[in-house]
Design a protein around this ligand. Sequence first.
Ligand code: PEP
Length: 243
Amino acid sequence: MAERKRLVAGNWKMNGLRADALALARNVVARARQPHRCELLVCPPATLLAVVGEALAGSDVALGGQDCHAEPKGAFTGCISAEMLKDAGCSHAIVGHSERRHTCGETDADVRAKTLAGWRAGLIAIVCVGEIRAEREGGRAMSVVEAQIAGSLPDGATSQNLIVAYEPVWAIGTGLTPTMADIAEMHAAIRARVPLDARILYGGSVNPKNAGEILALEDVDGALVGGASLKADDFWAIAQACE
Ligand code: PEP
């Protein structure tokens, strides 16, 4: 079996103006000059893709978008296509993040269409799945995630075009995390439903303190990091936990 190289991806969400984004990106690039065994990716807001992309040039830190529209172009005010992300220098696009599923009402079918759009543009889709708290407490976490996987992943997924991020909604931005046993169980279940060697990231309140334990789990191939990715020190500490 091919080695699954770990990926630590930063989702900056709706944070950053040009000056602080540039400083953060330069800081990440400076740290990434040191030896590291994981891939690094930052996903800034669309307004910052150009400035961050310039800061990342010549480094091995990749650039990603936080979402894309399913259509390549057209009358979709405020939206950004996968082709536009590619044109801006992105290699990856996050799709199906819980903040889009739950605040924008995106369905599995929408996520599937966006995944296909990402592939059409030559992007690697990072497809997010995860249960809400009531589903976890009601013992339905596994069936919810299995249904999201079935509904969100199109045919044609490979380890080259797909990364799955398991992000329990109740763990995002809350400081809460599932038990290691729960993460391991969910990642193993996802592993059985995705192409061999596709990477599965964990996301939800990953920080420098808990990253080592989470990233040591067998089926955890990296982390999707929100809040902690806004501090270069913390993002780098999480990357180092991959060692
Ligand atoms: C996220 O939004 O993908 C995320 C994991 O956020 P946080 O790390 O802040 O919980």
